[in-house]
Structure formats: C-alpha cells, structure tokens
Design a protein around this ligand. Structure first.
Ligand code: MN
Ligand code: MN
Length: 461
C-alpha cells in the first residue's frame, strides 16, 4: 500500500504534458465562472471535435451511427455530450458526470437601493459558503438579463484588466470590538452581504441620485430598466483569472474548482477520444444546481438526461421503454466531484489513514454523506475492483479516501441520483483545499491524473 507522489513518478515528458494540460485548464477556469459560461465553453470545445446539436439532428430527421457525436443543451445551464458506440445502446453507457454550478452570491430580484449615497445591491448566497470569506475581495458580476421582448443580454463585468470590480465591506479592526465578540456564524449574516456598486449622484435629482446614476449607466450599457432585474440571473463571483500557486507552480488557485475541475477533465477526456469508435457509448453529463440539492429543470434530478437518451435511442435504431430501462441499468458511471484534501493547517478534521493528499491522483470515495454515511451512494466492491484493475493496467494513480473525519460533517454529490437507475456509480474527484471559498486550491498532478483516469475508464471499462 506504499504510495509515491506523482511528482516523483512522472517522467519529464509526462510532467510537461501535465503542465501543458493545466494551462488549458486555467484558461477554461478564467473564462467559465458560472454554469452558463461553463456550458458555453464546453459546447465550443465539443463543436470543434465534430459534435452536433441533438435537436438539430432530430429536426433534420437524421440518424445516428457508431462514432457519431451529439450534444444536448439544457437551457444553457446544463448539457450532455454523447459519442455513439458500436454496441447496442441496451448494453449500457459509460458515463462521466460532474456539476458546473459553484457557490456564489446571487442578486436578489429587487436588488438595487441607495444608502448614505452609495448604490448597493442586495444578494442571496447560493450554496454552502462561509460568509466572512466573501468580504473585502474584488468581485465580478456575471449573468444574463432577460427582457419582456424575448431578447437577452449577457453580463460580464470585472474580468478584463480595464473593468471596474465590486465589493462587500467589513468593519475595520479598530472598531471591531463588538464584532470580535461574536461567533463567525453570527458576525457575518446573509443580509450583510450587500454589494457596493457606485457613489456618484446623477445631476438634478433630489432623491436616490446615486441609484439613478447607476440606472442611467445600466440603460446606456445594457438597454435595461430597473424592472428587468425581475427576470435577470446575475451572479457575483471572485474577479480575476485562475493562477499558479507556489514557487514550483505545482498548484492552481481558482474560483469554482468545485466542480468545474471534474467537469473540464471529464469533457476533455471524452473529446480526446473523439476520433475513435467506442464499444459502449461515451456520455459526459454536466449538470447545474448540485450545490442546492440537484433540483430544478437543470439539476440532476430533472428527467433531461433520460429524455435525451430516449431521443438518441430513437435515432440509433429504435426506442422502446424496455430498451431504455436496460440501457440505463447496464450503464456505469464515475460521478465526479471534489474531495477535501489533507490540510496541514487543519489536521484535526481529517483521519490521516483515509484522507486524500495532494499529488496522489484522483480520489475514489466508496461513500459520501454524513452521520453514518447518510444519503450516500456507497459504491459496490465489485465495481471498485474493476476500476482498480483498469487503473493498474493504464498506470493511473488513485487514492481511496473519504471526506473528513467520521461525524465531522460530510457532503453529497449527484452519485445517488444516477444510482437510482440501478447502474454502478462511484464518486471520483480531485482533492481541494478551501472548498467553497472564493479561491480554491488543487494540485496540477491530481488534475492531470484525473483526466488520465477518465480516459482509462472510457477506453477500458
Ligand atoms: Mn461539488
Ligand atoms: Mn460543493
């Protein structure tokens, strides 16, 4: 069971490949900071590899044959990518799944107000955040404004070097006596997370002149009225690109590794095999809403995946309910999501024998959940054994670990939702420090080895 760091086992060529892969990953992470931007970027990658829009194939009355590649876009916030294999779909699919939403602050639907001659925005946090981490940081606004006439405008402010950024204030330590007496959970409340977006009053206005000035700017720039906030999805995220961390440049500091690190590596692995004909079809599922329970039309609980598989079956030689059921239950899946890497600053929350370490490859977790594996998928040992076998054949390093000490907390993923089709599913992913913080940390070796593990799964399983 003695293991060696990937940094010591990688050949110079593989190390170079690892660093080059991470350059592409950082470019993706800097461009894709929301679920929508992630879906847009991955569809761009897919099109470059010859993927066609499933709905266009349906509209044209087309067929799908082995080697064909299609994608389906679910409302711009989730997507699936399928490469048809030579085997009948009844024999099952090889599925890679990850989520593309990340914890953040969303604009409320009535967001804009003026207080003490500042224009401010009310936010409602999305997912599990530690609120104190989101103050006094440069923040960007990404999202979409949908208007009554059916048109929409994309918003992305704070990422270009010349862009302004936004921020949430905190009390100076000199006046922090009362705040210091509170617990972390009480000192920063959700209603305190109000975003400062301006301070110049419009001329000739008596009341709310600063807010009016901001509304004038919004009208000029986006042609929007205040009412249009009602049908907008505006997300506040940390501003700036993903960067190398460490003098040795061994790690990536980025917003939203959870779970775009698994989304990107899954898609990249499947797309790297675009010129081959699989035996059983390859599927990459990128879903939204994992951080709030996988609900809604774009979350994993939605029937979108099942509906699209019915359509695809119809285009490959005939749909039947029975064939679809067989297809789903004969499938196997790597449900990919991040894990909590051992952190020397906080050793107390891990149990060292079963904690993942940076530089030892993707983390396989037999189970997730909390309080006695509650809510967990708990992968079967037969499936785990077959993964051990293929990873050994392809010399892919992995570590078997769990998220933190027993009863220290826990977490969930989308694994249990796919397992409901009675398919084999296991949680796999990259270990992080600072999960759910504005800047999360991952090892470049783990990111690259996770990509290699997905290639192994698609080609050998
Ligand atoms: Mn996650
Ligand atoms: Mn998460």
């Amino acid at each position: 069971m003695e293991k060696k760091s990937l940094w010591l086992t990688y050949s110079p060529e593989r190390k170079a490949e690892c660093f080059a892969f991470n350059e592409e990953y950082k470019a993706f992470m800097s461009a894709a900071k929301t679920e929508r931007e992630s879906v847009t970027e991955v569809i761009k990658m897919a099109k470059a590899k010859g993927y066609r829009d499933l709905y266009e194939v349906i509209a044209e009355g087309g067929r799908l044959v082995p080697g064909d590649k299609v994608y389906a876009n679910n409302r711009g916030k989730a997507a699936m990518f399928v490469q048809i294999g030579s085997e009948d779909l009844e024999k099952g699919l090889k599925i890679l799944g990850a989520h593309v939403d990340s914890p953040r602050l969303d604009f409320k639907q009535n967001p804009l107000y003026e207080d003490s001659e500042f224009a401010m925005v009310k936010t409602h946090y999305y997912g599990g955040i530690k609120k104190f981490q989101w103050v006094t940081l440069p923040l960007a606004i990404h999202g979409i404004i949908c208007k009554k006439d059916g048109t929409s405008v994309n918003v992305n402010i704070g990422e270009d070097a010349g862009d302004p950024v936004f921020g949430i204030s905190d009390i100076l330590p000199h006046l922090g006596k009362d705040q210091n007496g509170k617990s972390i959970g009480e000192a920063f409340t959700g209603e305190d997370l109000n975003l400062n977006i301006g301070s110049i009053p419009a001329e000739g206005e008596e009341k709310n002149a600063v807010k009016k000035n901001i509304l004038n700017i919004l009208k000029d720039k986006y042609g929007m009225e205040e009412e249009d906030f009602l049908s907008a999805e505006l997300e506040v995220v940390p501003a700036g690109p993903a960067r190398d961390l460490g003098l040795d440049r061994s790690m990536v500091y980025a917003y939203g590794h959870d779970d775009r690190v698994c989304a990107y590596t899954s898609a990249a692995a499947q797309f790297a095999l675009a010129d081959t004909i699989p035996d059983r079809a390859y599927v990459t599922l990128l879903v939204d809403k994992e951080e709030i329970g996988s609900v809604g039309a774009t979350g994993m609980h939605s029937r979108f995946f099942e509906n699209c598989m019915a359509e695809i079956m119809n285009l490959t030689g005939g749909y039947s309910e029975l064939k679809l059921r067989r297809c789903l239950s004969n499938s196997c899946m790597l449900s990919s999501d991040v894990s909590a890497g051992f952190d020397p600053n906080f050793p107390g929350v891990h149990e060292k024998m079963n904690a993942p370490f940076f530089g030892y490859g993707p983390v396989l977790s037999k189970f997730t959940g909390s309080r006695g594996k509650g809510g967990s998928n708990d992968a079967g040992p037969e499936f785990i054994a077959s993964l051990r076998d293929i990873f050994e054949k392809d010399e892919v390093a992995f570590q078997m670990a769990e998220l933190g000490k027993v009863d220290q907390g826990g977490g969930g993923t989308i694994a249990y939702i796919l397992a409901q089709y009675s398919m084999d599913v296991i949680d796999v992913g990259v270990a992080l420090h600072n999960m759910h913080a504005p800047w999360e940390l991952a090892s470049k070796a783990d990111i690259f080895e996770t990509y290699r593990a997905y290639i192994s799964f698609l080609t050998k399983m």
